[in-house]
Design a protein around this ligand. Structure first.
Ligand code: MLC
Ligand code: AMP
Length: 501
């Protein structure tokens, strides 16, 4: 993959990355930086197959670190910047990276953990300072890219488990490259494109979908540190395409400056990572004349489906399987394919499907059928004309602003607090984040525990986006005859938790 994505940069004198202040980084400069960082990694003992973890702000240097991993044959392990030290400890312990790159502010906290685990700790911040950059400046820019086979691993993406511990999805060079090629073909990306890149680069969407596609075609990216409406509006005139989670598009629609005139020159808007409401799709078209192209994927499969570029981009659907990807909808119990139009679990097979969960062979086996199909846990329906609709989730998962929150993990943190008998965490409609996290707590008899105390206790243990945005107390949780908590009933009761009255 390094040959396909990184090598072509070497001869490019033109800009590949454009920063919000207008400064640019050429392909050649990005290539040289990746070579320097590859030498730093090698000096730190990184061998092909070793893991390199990164928890830093988005920057050209962070992207160069990803490219350096591809060049050294290391597995890139990006981590959400919102994760707390407690969460990080688990990832570092489980993945056992040779090198971890963190924000300078986190260094002191992580140093003892890194030393205990024999990890070389380097630093990098969003302004391109830190020990990684210092060492890179001293290192030679020439680096001979290590040859890798297509089924060698390129990255690990942690996706929290619906039961128990977070699982590291292992993605191969072929997974990533075949998916980039399928997306380039489906979405007609070319060297003429400039992508407005406001997504984080620690998840599949911003890293593999956005950057791999643009690197593959030799396009440019306006590389924004985060999504900020003012900056996006200011940068849109320079872009040809934009990718985002639904929150990006609803926030843009919430601004009167986002007009047909501002977007008239744009070639494509793509949405994914969470359901795009049909109303948002329609409001976007009414405002701009553009029909958002919605696609569907997950960390384990990268992208699996997309609405068509030329045909109808149907609101509320995720389109068709990508080239080379097979999909089927099966009955959850029997595993038998349902009749056309019926709802069942979506299963995927193809070159995009990951190689399994890091050091979890049993979990991996549980998620695959014998014939190689991966069980996504999403509920879907395929219409007579082939359009796929994601109608819900069989897995207990909340998606807030494009980030996954696993209720089990949040419940576990709440249940351990003194005064809590039990808790249940659900997602309910939230105008900005699509779904908002709500916790329903049953107190121990006599306990006067308050919501603020629960939130204070979660601080430092759970990333901010996982923390409940509302906490309610009940005397008991609704249960079915089997004694299982009825989350649907809770979702109905607290449906309006975030409705502004
Ligand atoms: C930030 N906060 C969130 C949040 N993001 N809370 C819930 N859900 C989220 N997604 C917290 C902040 O810490 C802050 O807390 C408060 O909410 C308000 O912050 P904000 O300023 O409004 O948020 P902002 O920084 O603008 O971030 C919102 C966002 C961001 C939507 C821009 O979450 C984002 O970039 N999301 C993209 C996620 C993504 O890339 N997903 C792809 C996964 S890959 P406080 O208390 O400090 O104010 C995947 C596969 C696939 O799923 O198919 O693509
Ligand atoms: P992640 O594990 O973070 O990669 O999240 C993957 C999950 O996001 C999928 O299993 C889906 O539940 C959800 N998802 C991604 N894209 C879409 C979409 N377009 N519509 C509905 N859900 C989506």
């Amino acid at each position: 993959m390094a040959d396909a994505l990184v090598s072509p940069l070497e001869l490019r004198g033109d800009a590949v990355l454009i920063r919000p202040d207008g400064s640019e980084m050429s392909g050649g400069a990005l290539h040289r930086l990746s070579g320097r960082i590859a030498n730093v990694l090698t000096e730190a003992g990184v061998q092909p197959g070793d893991r390199v973890a990164m928890q830093t702000e988005k920057s050209a240097e962070a992207l160069a670190l990803y490219l350096a991993c591809l060049r050294t044959g290391a597995l890139f392990l990006p981590l959400n910047t919102a994760y707390t030290t407690a969460e990080l400890n688990y990832f570092l312990g489980d993945a056992e990276p040779r090198v971890a790159v963190c924000a300078p502010a986190a260094e002191a906290t992580l140093r003892p953990v890194a030393e205990a685990k024999g990890i070389t700790l380097l630093t990098l911040d969003g302004a391109a300072t830190g020990t990684l950059v210092e060492r890179a400046a001293e290192a030679p820019e020439e680096f001979t890219t290590v040859a890798r086979r297509s089924d060698d691993l390129a990255a690990i993406l942690y996706t929290s488990g619906t039961t128990g511990r977070s699982k590291g999805a292992m993605l191969s060079h072929e997974n990533l490259l075949s998916n980039a090629d399928a997306l380039v073909e489906t979405w007609r990306f070319s060297a003429a494109d400039t992508l407005l890149h406001a997504l984080p680069i620690f998840h599949a969407h911003g890293l593999f979908v956005a950057t791999n596609v643009l690197l593959r075609v030799g396009g440019r990216m306006i590389f924004l540190p985060k999504f900020d409406v003012d900056i996006v509006l200011a940068q849109l005139p320079r872009a040809t395409a934009m990718m985002g989670v639904p929150t990006f598009f609803s926030r843009l629609l919430g601004d009167v400056r986002f007009t047909r005139e501002l977007t008239g020159h744009m070639r494509l808007f793509i949405s994914g990572s969470a359901p795009l409401m049909a109303e948002t799709h329609r409001a976007f078209e009414a405002r701009t004349g553009h029909r958002i192209l919605e696609r569907y994927g997950m960390s384990e499969t990268t992208m699996s489906t997309s609405n068509p570029y030329d045909g109808e981009r149907r609101a509320g659907t995720v389109g068709f399987p990508l080239p080379g990807v097979e999909l089927r909808v099966v009955d959850a119990e029997s595993g038998v394919e349902v009749l056309q139009g019926e709802i069942g679990i979506l299963e995927v097979r193809g070159p995009n499907v990951f190689k399994g969960y890091w050091r979890m062979p049993e979990k991996t086996a549980q998620e695959f059928r014998e014939d190689g199909f991966f069980v996504t846990g999403d509920l879907a329906r395929i219409d007579a004309d082939g359009y796929i609709t994601i109608v819900g989730r069989a897995k207990d998962l909340v998606i807030s602003g494009g980030y996954n929150v696993y209720p089990k993990e949040v419940e576990g943190e709440i249940d351990r607090l003194e005064g809590v008998a039990e808790s249940s965490v659900v997602g309910v409609p939230h105008a900005d984040f699509g779904e908002g996290v709500v916790a329903i707590v049953v107190r121990e008899p006599g306990s006067g525990l308050e919501a603020e105390e629960i939130l204070a206790a979660l601080h430092g243990r759970l990333a901010k986006f996982k923390q409940p945005r509302a906490i309610y107390f009940m005397d008991e949780l609704p249960r079915n005859t089997m004694g299982k908590v009825q989350k649907n009933a809770l979702r109905e009761i607290f449906d309006n938790a975030f409705t502004v009255l």
